[in-house]
Ligand binder design. Structure first.
Ligand code: 5GP
Ligand code: MN
Length: 336
């Protein structure tokens, strides 16, 4: 095991450090990883961020993203960095299955593993956890780690602040989800004080659609949306031919599921998209409706109470049928 104070002591001399985050990295995954990367680098450590898959274009402006190593592009180099790291920071996930092809290399790495995360039910692979399922974002926990555990607020540069701001902004849906507490606003205010260019970040993340992505959104709203009024549920079914027609990449469906939840009265929203080898599922809910339980019980996944995901190898028709058959089981939650 490792304690925070032992880690703080260890980090007073240069170390080899690896940072990784979950498959299909989102704004919080990259924001927390790059924020921590820049801070560790400023302390004189040899640091590399290795991600298990490509990240979406709307994050390609982020400070230091050009130094990220995408695992499948050079697994040999990544494996040797993983093997020689003194410390491996695992950010925004708590099950090693979330880093796909990197799982075994990280699991077997001799270095100490530090998990910083806010998802439920950690697997327990780490030597040290900085974990809080009530945190709005992993970037919030990285802020807490640097400021309160490492006592080093003074070395948060404007670039680090920008990375952490991006993580909190994207994981709170721009500060509107229930996880957005007064404390979150205080942290965000401090990040702006430290130089995060807040309105520029909003513009870069939210005004970055391509024409084809916007037309795809219009297409989905018109053709792929199914509403089940009796269960206050709405969902999108995006089939293989739709994905091919618009040449849709993983990041292009980011946020789409929220449109289903934006219909007045809807309490549960889903997105089913055919990703060839499997159907990927995104679930969003309000109040106490357990999106994570639905995903873990029926769709081989998990996540947060109100935002969860999973996958299935069944056909789209079967996935839709099973989703609709689940709704009556949750009628006490879905019908107020
Ligand atoms: P999204 O719908 O944006 O892909 O994912 C929302 C949340 O659900 C993520 O932050 C993550 O916590 C969780 N999640 C998404 N996909 C999976 C999955 O396949 N397995 C697990 N365990 N969690 C997932
Ligand atoms: Mn997160």
């Amino acid at each position: 095991m490792l304690t925070i104070s032992a880690l703080k002591e260890e980090l007073t001399s240069p170390k080899h450090i690896l940072i990784t985050t979950h498959f299909n990295p989102d704004g919080d995954a990259l924001g927390s990883s790059l924020g921590l990367y820049l801070w560790l680098q400023s302390k004189g450590h040899q640091v590399t961020v290795v991600v298990p898959s490509e990240f979406p274009d709307f994050l390609s402006w982020m400070p230091a993203q050009e130094h990220i190593l995408v695992y499948p592009k050079d697994p040999q180099t990544a494996d040797s960095l993983i093997a020689k790291a003194d410390f491996l920071f695992c950010l925004d996930f708590n099950h090693l299955s979330r880093i796909n092809a990197m799982e075994n290399a990280v699991r077997n790495a001799p270095g100490k593993k530090i998990m910083i995360d806010h998802h439920l039910a950690p697997e327990g692979f780490e030597d040290l956890a900085h974990w809080d399922s009530h945190a709005a974002a992993t970037a919030q926990l990285v802020y807490d780690f640097i400021v309160n555990r490492m006592d080093d607020r003074q070395h948060i540069s404007p670039e680090i602040a920008a990375c952490l701001y991006t993580g909190i902004m994207t994981d709170t849906g721009s500060f509107r989800f229930r996880s957005t507490t007064a404390e979150v606003h205080l942290i965000v205010a401090d990040l702006i004080t430290l130089g995060a260019p807040n309105s520029k970040i909003h513009e870069k993340v939210y005004n970055s659609a391509t024409e084809v992505r916007l037309r795809f959104l219009g297409y989905c709203l018109l053709n792929c949306l199914v509403v089940v009024p009796e269960y206050n549920t709405a969902y999108f079914l995006i089939r293989k031919e739709d994905v091919n027609r618009f040449d849709i990449m993983p990041g292009d469906t980011e946020g789409l599921v929220n449109y289903a939840l934006s219909i007045s009265g809807m309490r549960l929203a889903a997105l089913f998209i055919d990703r060839s080898e499997l159907i990927k599922i995104s679930l969003r809910s309000i109040d106490e409706i357990p999106a994570n339980e639905i995903c873990s019980k029926y769709f081989n996944g998990g996540g947060h109470l109100n935002a969860a995901g999973g996958s299935s190898t069944a056909s789209m028709e079967e996935v839709e049928r099973s989703f609709r058959s689940i709704l009556p089981l949750y009628k006490d939650y879905l019908i107020e």
